[in-house]
Design a protein around this ligand. Structure first.
Ligand code: SAH
Length: 213
C-alpha cells in the first residue's frame, strides 16, 4: 500500500478544488490533505481517487464524493475528543476523516462484506475508530450514546427516532433526507424535546436500508 509524492500533489489539488467549492473548515481540509483516498478504492479506480467523484466500493455501494464528505464533516463542527456516531461506514474514508480530526468515532455498517473489509483496512492505515459495528444504523448505538454529533452517509426516507434520542443537547445530526434526491438536513438539539432544522442543498446518496445484510 503505497502513498507517494504524486498522490500528495493530487491531494493538494483536491483540497484547492474543495476550497473553491466553499469548504472553509481548515481541520476538514487538513484531514483530506493527509488521508490516502486511493487506498480506500479498488486498484482499477486508484488513478482517479483525487477527482471529486464517487466510486463503487462493492456490495452495490459507493464511496461518497470528497466534496460531500467535506461538507458533512464541516457541518458536524467537531471538537477534539467529540463522540461521533457515523451510520454507513462503507469504505471507511469518512470514518478516517473524522478520526484524523480528533473525534472518537463509532461507526455502523449493515453490509457484512464492507464491515469486514473496512475493519481490516483502517488499522493498516493507522486509523483507529473507537468502535466499528455490523448492524442496522436505523437503531443507532444506544449502548455507546449519547453522541456529540451524528452523521448519516446514506439517503434516509425519514429521520430515525433513535438517532434523535441518542444526540446530546446542543448536538448536531447531519442526515441526507429524501428518496431519489436528498436534501442535506442539519438538526441541532436545543433541549429534551426541541430540534432546530436547517436544509442545506441537494445531494445524491445510496439509500439507507433497514436490517443487516
Ligand atoms: N461513508 C461511506 C459512505 C458509503 S455509502 C464512504 O464514504 O465510503 C453508504 C453506506 O451506508 C453503505 O456502505 C451502506 O451499506 C450503508 N448503509 C445503508 N443503510 C444502512 C443502515 N441502515 N445501517 C448502517 N449502514 C447502512
Amino acid at each position: 500500500m503505497k502513498d507517494t509524492a504524486k498522490h500528495q500533489g493530487l491531494r493538494n489539488q483536491l483540497v484547492s478544488t474543495l476550497q473553491q467549492k466553499g469548504i472553509t473548515d481548515l481541520r476538514v481540509l487538513d484531514a483530506i490533505k493527509k488521508i490516502p483516498r486511493h487506498l480506500f478504492l479498488e486498484s482499477s479506480f486508484q488513478d482517479y481517487a483525487y477527482q471529486d467523484t464517487a466510486f463503487p466500493i462493492g456490495a452495490g455501494q459507493t464511496i461518497s464524493h470528497p466534496y460531500t464528505v467535506a461538507f458533512q464533516s464541516q457541518l458536524l463542527e467537531i471538537k477534539k475528543d467529540h463522540k461521533i456516531l457515523e451510520i454507513g461506514t462503507g469504505s471507511g474514508y469518512q470514518t478516517a476523516v473524522l478520526c484524523t480530526m480528533g473525534a472518537k468515532v463509532y461507526s455502523v455498517e449493515r453490509q457484512n462484506e464492507l464491515f469486514k473489509k473496512t475493519s481490516a483496512l483502517l488499522p493498516k492505515l493507522g486509523i483507529r475508530p473507537k468502535h466499528l459495528t455490523f448492524g442496522d444504523g436505523y437503531k443507532g448505538l444506544p449502548t455507546y450514546g449519547p453522541f456529540d454529533s451524528i452523521i448519516v452517509t446514506a439517503g434516509a426516507p425519514f429521520i430515525p427516532q433513535p438517532l434523535m434520542a441518542q444526540l446530546k443537547i446542543g448536538g448536531r445530526l447531519v442526515i441526507p433526507l429524501g428518496e431519489d434526491v436528498q436534501v442535506m438536513t442539519l438538526l441541532i438539539r436545543k433541549n429534551e424535546t426541541q430540534f432546530e432544522k436547517h436544509e442545506l442543498g441537494e445531494f445524491r446518496f445510496v439509500p439507507l436500508l433497514e436490517d443487516k445484510n
